[in-house]
Design a protein around this ligand. Structure first.
Ligand code: NAI
Ligand code: PYR
Ligand code: K
Ligand code: MN
Length: 355
C-alpha cells in the first residue's frame, strides 16, 4: 500500500468547496481500487488567515510544506479583504518560487458532455506549458513620485536557466505526444526578452529535429486558440502569456471551472503543487455551486504524477461520464450543485470497481 502525504491548501472562496469535493473523490477512488491511500493535512492559510495574523502563511510555512510529497491547492484571493498582489505573492507565487515549480502544465481539450462556446471546436486536445517561476511576474521594479508625476517600472526577468528548462520540458512532452510544438512569442514588440526566448527555443529545437517547431506571436496565437484550437498540440509560453492562454483554453472548453494544472518541480527536490487554473470566484463563493471538475481533473494530474495513471484514467472517465450524463453545475449549463456532481463522480468510480 502506497500512502501519499499531501498538504491541502484550500485557500479562499470556492477553493475551499472544490478541494473538499476532490479530496472526497480521491478517497473514494483509493478505497474502491486499493493500492494507494491519500493522507491530507489541511492548512487554513488564506485571506481570512491574513486578517487574523497579518500574513498569508506562517514564517515556517515553506519548511512545513517541504515535508509533504505534494501540495493540493484550491485558490488564493479575496480582494474584498486583501489586495490580490499581497495575497497571491504571500502564498501562491511564494510557493511556486520557493519550491522552484518552474513548469506549469495546463491541458485543455474538448470534454464529453460540455458544450464549447465555439461553433466548431472539433476534438481539440492541447497542453500549454507555462513558465512558472519568473518572466513578467517579477518583483523587480518600483514606483516613485507618488501622485501626479508618479512612475511605475515593472521589469520582466528571463534567465537562460528557467527559459531553457521550460522549453526543454515542452519539447520532451511534444516528443511523447505528436512531435508538434508552438512557442508563444512577441519579439516584434518586446525587444529584449522575446528575441532571447526565441533564440533559446531555436537552440533547444536543434536537439529535437523530429519535432515540428513554430514560433507564433501571442496576439495571433490567442486568436487561433479561439478560431482553430484543434491545430495545436503542445504550446510553450512565458508566465504571463501562458496565464492568459490557459484562461482562453478553459473558456473554449466551456468554463474556467473545469481546467486543471500541475506546478512541477522537475528535479524532485521539492513537492509539486496541483491546483485548478481558476481563482477563488468570489462572485459564486459560498453558494455551493462551484464546478468541482477543475479540481477533480487536477487530482487526476496528481495521480499521473505519482505513477497511478490507471487510476487517473478511471477518474477522468468517471468524470466525463458524469458530464456526458448532464450532471453539471450552472457554469456549464447544468442545474446540479457541487455536491451532486461530486456524488455522481464517486458513484461512477464505485461502478468501475464493481465490474
Ligand atoms: N491560482 C489561483 O489561486 C488564482 C487566484 N486568483 C484570484 O481569485 C480571485 C478572483 O479572480 P477572478 O479574476 O475573478 O478569476 P476566477 O477564476 O476566480 O473567476 C473568473 C470567473 O470564472 C468563474 N469561476 C471560476 N472558478 C469557477 C468554478 N470552479 N466553477 C464555476 N465558475 C467558476 C467565476 O465565477 C468568475 O465568473 C482574485 O483574488 C484572484 O487574484 C485568480 C486566478 C488564479
Ligand atoms: C495567478 C493566476 O492567475 C494563475 O496562476 O493562473
Ligand atoms: K487555482
Ligand atoms: Mn490565471
Amino acid at each position: 500500500m502506497r500512502k501519499i502525504e499531501i498538504a491541502a491548501l484550500p485557500g479562499d472562496g470556492v477553493g475551499v468547496e472544490v478541494t473538499e469535493a476532490a479530496k472526497d473523490v480521491l478517497h473514494t477512488l483509493a478505497r474502491a481500487h486499493g493500492g494507494v491511500e491519500f493522507s491530507f493535512t489541511d492548512f487554513p492559510w488564506s485571506c481570512d488567515y491574513y486578517s487574523k495574523h497579518g500574513e498569508m502563511m506562517p514564517k515556517d510555512a515553506i519548511s512545513t510544506l517541504s515535508q509533504f510529497e505534494a501540495i493540493f491547492l484550491g485558490a488564493v484571493g479575496n480582494p474584498a479583504i486583501v489586495p490580490d498582489h499581497i495575497s497571491l505573492w504571500g502564498m501562491l507565487i511564494k510557493i511556486r518560487r520557493e519550491f522552484e515549480l518552474s513548469v506549469n502544465v495546463r491541458p485543455a481539450k474538448k470534454v464529453k458532455g460540455i458544450t464549447s462556446p465555439l461553433a466548431n471546436p472539433k476534438d481539440f486536445d492541447l497542453i500549454v506549458i507555462r513558465e512558472n517561476s519568473e518572466g513578467e511576474y517579477s518583483e523587480v521594479g518600483g514606483r516613485i513620485h507618488r501622485g501626479e508625476h508618479e512612475m511605475a517600472i515593472q521589469n520582466a526577468v528571463f534567465t537562460r536557466r528557467a527559459t531553457e528548462k521550460v522549453i526543454r520540458y515542452a519539447f520532451q512532452l511534444a516528443e511523447k505526444r505528436n512531435n508538434r510544438l508552438v512557442s508563444a512569442t512577441k519579439s516584434n514588440g518586446i525587444v529584449h526578452s522575446m528575441p532571447f526566448w526565441d533564440e533559446v527555443t531555436k537552440s533547444v529545437a536543434a536537439e529535437y529535429p523530429h519535432v515540428h517547431t513554430q514560433s507564433t506571436h501571442i496576439d495571433a496565437l490567442a486568436a487561433f486558440f479561439v478560431s482553430k484550437p484543434a491545430e495545436f498540440d503542445v504550446v510553450v509560453a512565458s508566465n504571463l502569456f501562458g496565464d492568459i492562454l490557459t484562461d482562453i483554453g478553459s473558456a473554449i472548453m466551456g468554463s474556467i471551472g473545469i481546467a486543471p494544472s500541475a506546478n512541477l518541480n522537475l528535479e524532485g527536490r521539492y513537492p509539486s503543487m496541483f491546483e485548478p487554473v481558476h481563482g477563488s470566484a468570489p462572485d459564486i463563493a459560498g453558494k455551493g455551486i462551484a464546478n468541482p471538475i477543475g479540481q477533480i481533473w487536477t487530482a487526476k494530474m496528481m495521480l499521473d504524477h505519482f505513477g497511478f495513471e490507471e487510476l487517473g484514467q478511471v477518474l477522468m472517465d468517471s468524470m466525463e461520464e458524469v458530464t456526458e450524463a448532464g450532471i453539471k453545475t450552472p457554469d456549464i449549463g447544468g442545474t446540479a450543485n457541487t455536491r451532486a456532481v461530486t456524488e455522481a463522480v464517486k458513484e461512477k468510480i464505485l461502478e468501475t470497481a464493481r465490474v
